[in-house]
Write a protein that binds this ligand. Sequence first.
Ligand code: ADP
Length: 381
Amino acid sequence: MRVLVLNPGSSSLKYQVRETNAGLVGQAVIASGQVEWTDHGRDRLTALSAVLREVAGRAGQPDAIGHRVVHGGRQFDAPTVVTPDVIKAVRALSPLAPLHNPASADSMEACARHWPGIAQAAVFDTSFHSSIPDFAFRYAVPEDAHPDVAVRRYGFHGISVAQACRDSADFLDCKPENLAAVVAHIGNGASVTAVKQGRSVDTSMGMTPLEGLVMGTRSGDLDPSVVLLLERAGASADEVDDLLNHRSGLKALAGTQDMRQIEKAAAGGDPNAVLALRVATYRLAKYIAAYSMAVGGADALVFTGGIGENSVTFRSWTVAWLGPIGIELHEGRNHLPPEGIRDIGAKSSRARVLVVPSDEERAIAESTAALLGGAERKWDT
Ligand code: ADP
């Protein structure tokens, strides 16, 4: 099945056309590209039409279309066939993902207009976390705090984490439904997820992607009173939003969010870079230890995402905190070139330590083919 995958971000739209053939190992990428929403001053719908014409020119008409949707709220717990009602619901969730959900809804509408006969699937970043139990998703605030805001943990990065779980289970030769793992997706955005019997039971991102780990430009966990104090001192809600989402995290600690530069500076003894790495890896290690408890003892600690897959230093510093719970790295294997799945744990480690490449477009194409092309249910076989 030829699947067009659309991954609309806050500033750009990434697309891929992939061939997902049952029985074939892997998938072929037939065409891929990225446009900035602001390219040539075009509005989003004009940009979308241009992309769809470009796709048709390069790869012909697809058999199905899969959309990445950041927020599925409470109603979407699995990939879903796109209908006008689904588009409406995705748009209605925009207050929870203001930069992403409107772009997804626009993409679905543009595809329906351009190729009315082609089935579309919505694949949600939140749905893998719909299995999180109430004692982990509930915040200890009144449920009716505000009539328009359903305050709870949703979690994100689910498409990547679900794929990392399938790939880790394959690698470990265990059934996906038996996997107990802690999965750290560390890129510009970063989160860690506790996986028990193949299902998410807790995750560090919360109602929005701001909670949890120290990220490229996001603060992650902090005392909520910081927000109140800043606002009482005269900052507006938008200013605090910008501070915590765009000017915090590694960028605030090290002066850059680029892990390659931070690694280099830390190796040269730059105290800010060293502190940034210590703050970020210590925070992650605390979560890993807590989630090892949540999953009843993990078979594997899994690193994925741009930093998780590529940063030798970040992995080494993270695992260095974990000696007391018996997780240990094999430093030589930690330096293996970044190709395919790698087992980088020491023989004596209580949990395997894996590096699993993230490929969200592949995961979206597989989910789309599984939902819309019955014969190609890859992970049921
Ligand atoms: P996003 O969350 O935007 O998808 P990515 O998953 O692409 O982000 O991760 C981006 C991060 O990965 C950046 O901090 C970048 O510096 C880091 N990174 C990419 N390649 C390497 C590398 N070879 N060594 C260390 N860090 C890397």
